[in-house]
Write a protein that binds this ligand. Structure first.
Ligand SMILES: Cc1cc2nc3c(=O)[nH]c(=O)nc-3n(C[C@H](O)[C@H](O)[C@H](O)COP(=O)(O)OP(=O)(O)OC[C@H]3O[C@@H](n4cnc5c(N)ncnc54)[C@H](O)[C@@H]3O)c2cc1C
Length: 359
């Protein structure tokens, strides 16, 4: 392997070689089991962590990076490795959060891509900002939040993103995309649709002081009552954290990537027909006249909740979550996911789409 000038060899063994330079580290033949929340085994020909924003351009110019397939990795909480990665896995790991411009009633806040998402939520709440409270406790890095426009409890991150800063591999330059250029949609964005083009380096959020709280969604109001507190951004974040901890399997205890399928959006006529046959099927407006159906309900009604094949399983706690009970491979989890998808399609005529990136 050719190494850029300035990089130095830290450790070499027959299996792995690790190198570092100013602002980055490189590990050859790297194990990724500890870098994905499914905790499935996979290897990357090369794993590069870029810890300083200025080092990215240098790393991308290395001939071995330019000639290899590139996979971006954050906290690994929204992807499933079904195979080894035959190229470079790159993690933009730089940290930092700061107020760029204080406008009184709101402020522009910049967070580097490697910041932990939940830390940013609590940083913002601690400084009197509102807006991100419903998105508390979502795992992962700030740089991945725009990719699928993370959302939970009635909010989506696009409501607060002003600008995404990214390295454009086509233009070979750092670019700034405003909110509309990111083409956000339900669990989707420009970045998800064109994964080889943009490497997100930082996100700027426009955060209000005192936004309208959204507490009418999925039990937040009841949880606040149980806690015996008034609704504030801080208490809503706490209520959301309680609800998530109760409802979702903890990836620290059992490998998973949260919801494995998106809630499907179908035509209004199909939704009406399904709801005539299954009045309990939850449904909401899905935008552009479509109706969003509960994927969890469809999976449970198709009999898959708690299903297990070897160590690959559908959580018995939440039908939307696929889990690794121990030593499942990513391919086995994907095989089970396909059975769930096909079973739901057979019974209800609805096609479920995976939410995580399948590698
Ligand atoms: C228990 C649990 C609960 C979850 N709950 C929710 C939820 O409520 N709502 C929700 O929306 N999601 C949820 N998720 C999914 C996940 O946490 C989010 O999608 C999160 O934003 C992924 O962040 P990450 O850093 O782990 O990204 P990764 O999984 O590492 O990557 C996800 C995608 O982003 C790309 N990517 C990562 N970093 C960059 C970058 N810097 N530039 C360009 N591309 C990049 C990757 O290539 C990949 O395609 C949950 C996951 C778990 C495990």
């Amino acid at each position: 392997m050719r190494v850029a000038s300035g990089a130095r060899m830290k450790h070499v063994s027959s299996m792995t070689a690790s190198l570092s330079g100013p602002g980055y580290t490189i590990v050859k033949n790297a194990a990724l089991e500890g870098r994905n929340t499914f905790r499935v085994a996979a290897r990357a020909e090369m794993l590069i962590d870029v810890n300083k924003p200025g080092a990215l351009a240098e790393v991308l110019a290395f001939p071995f990076v330019r000639s290899q397939p590139l996979l971006l990795l954050g906290g690994g909480s929204n992807l499933l490795f079904t195979r080894d990665w035959p190229g470079v896995v790159l993690c933009v790991a730089a940290h930092g959060v700061r107020i760029v411009e204080d406008r009184g009633g709101s402020a522009l806040v910049r967070a580097e891509a490697g910041e932990n998402w939940n830390d940013l939520v609590h940083w913002s709440l601690g400084r009197g900002f509102a807006g991100l409270e419903n998105l508390a406790l979502i795992p992962g890095h700030v740089g991945a939040a725009p990719i699928q426009n993370i959302g939970a409890y009635g909010r989506e991150v696009r409501e607060f993103i002003a600008t995404v800063e990214a390295w454009d591999r086509q233009a070979n330059a750092l670019v700034r995309l405003d909110n509309s250029a990111c083409a956000f949609a339900y669990r989707d964005s420009l970045f998800k649709r064109d994964p080889q083009r943009y490497i997100i380096t930082a996100v700027e959020f426009l955060l209000p002081r005192g936004a309208e709280l959204r507490i009418d969604y999925a039990g937040i109001g009841d949880e606040l009552q149980r806690m015996g507190v008034a609704a504030t951004p801080q208490t809503v974040a706490e209520a959301v954290a309680h609800l998530r901890t109760r409802k979702l399997p903890n990836p620290a205890l059992i490998g998973n990537a949260g919801s494995f399928f998106k809630n499907p959006i179908v035509a209004a006529e199909q939704a009406a027909e399904l709801r005539r046959e299954h009045p309990a099927l939850p449904a909401w407006p899905g935008g552009s006249g479509g109706i969003k159906l509960s994927a969890a309900w469809l999976i449970e009604a198709a009999g898959f909740k708690g299903a297990r094949e070897g160590d690959a399983g559908v959580s018995a706690q939440h039908a939307l979550v696929l889990v690794n009970h121990g030593r499942a491979t990513g391919a086995q989890i994907w095989e089970l996911a396909c059975k769930v998808r096909d079973g739901v399609a057979r019974l209800f005529g609805v096609t479920l789409e995976a939410e995580p990136i399948i590698v």
